[in-house]
Write a protein of this length. Structure first.
Length: 265
């Protein structure tokens, strides 16, 4: 709410907590925002008496509008940015980000008031949208955690790889993931992949480290194959990729096992 206060156009009346009575929360306002954990949205919405003309929004990325069922005017606004603290969140919300919106047109107005780009995501596609958002944020951070662990095994700090990570991310966003892909999986250099796996196998928690590495080599392999020309084409539209029976194409049993007979889906 601090972000909306700062940009103007909205007058925020304050926040209600878990110990406050909620029955009349929608009275006397044009917009009620339910900013609770996902598993509490439906419970909170059910406690609020519907008011004609009041829009009730939730901020969940994964939930549809059905959780606001008691209310006729419903919507959702989900910011595509991490919000680690209220102060950082207020700045990021007004920094020109994208918002997934659904339902009442007021949801789009909120996104635009914050200087953002509203993107319509209906209930049927909500799970896929939120999976993409989780991969983009949570999984990316988890991957950087693996970089930190493997770097430490080589006696190096995480920040030594900061330039590499930023450049690779910038390239993927500006050129597209396929054009930005480099490395042994893109080249079909499976001897190097073998050396990587041998080094990872000496680390603490090597089963998890190998499983993650194999899964991501499989994704890199799939991406590199997507750049290749169709089988019936006379000219290549991307780099050639060598085949190798040692290719790690699947996580297998979760222990980092390589399944060379399988194919990437």
């Amino acid at each position: 709410m601090a972000a909306l206060d700062a940009v103007g156009g909205f007058e925020c009346r304050g926040a209600l907590g878990r110990r406050d009575a909620l029955a009349h929360a929608a009275s006397g306002v044009d917009l009620l925002v339910i900013a609770t954990p996902d598993d509490q949205v439906a419970r909170v919405a059910a406690q609020v008496a519907p008011v004609d003309g009041t829009v009730v929004l939730h901020l969940s990325g994964s939930l549809g509008l059905d959780v606001l069922a008691p209310h006729q005017r419903r919507g959702s606004v989900h910011p595509l940015v991490p919000l680690p603290t209220p102060e950082v969140g207020a700045d990021r919300l007004a920094s020109g980000i994208s918002f997934a919106v659904a339902g009442d047109p007021l949801a789009g107005r909120v996104a635009r008031a914050l200087g953002g780009r509203p993107l319509a995501v209906d209930d049927e596609r909500r799970a896929s949208y939120h999976a993409a958002a989780s991969i983009a944020a949570n999984h990316l951070v988890a991957l950087i955690g693996q970089v930190e662990r493997v770097a430490a095994s080589a006696g190096l700090p995480l920040d030594a790889f900061a330039g590499l990570m930023r450049a690779a991310t910038d390239d993927a966003l500006s050129l597209g993931p396929r054009a930005a892909l480099t490395g042994p999986a893109a080249r079909g250099d499976w001897d190097t992949v073998d050396r990587h796996r041998q080094a990872l196998s000496t680390m603490a928690g090597h089963r998890t480290e190998l499983a993650a590495y194999d899964a991501l080599v499989g994704l890199a392999r799939r991406l590199s194959l997507d750049t290749a020309a169709p089988a019936d084409s006379d000219s290549a539209s991307g780099p050639a990729v060598a085949e190798d029976p040692r290719q790690p194409v699947a996580v297998g049993d979760g222990a980092g096992a390589v399944a060379p007979e399988e194919q990437v889906a």
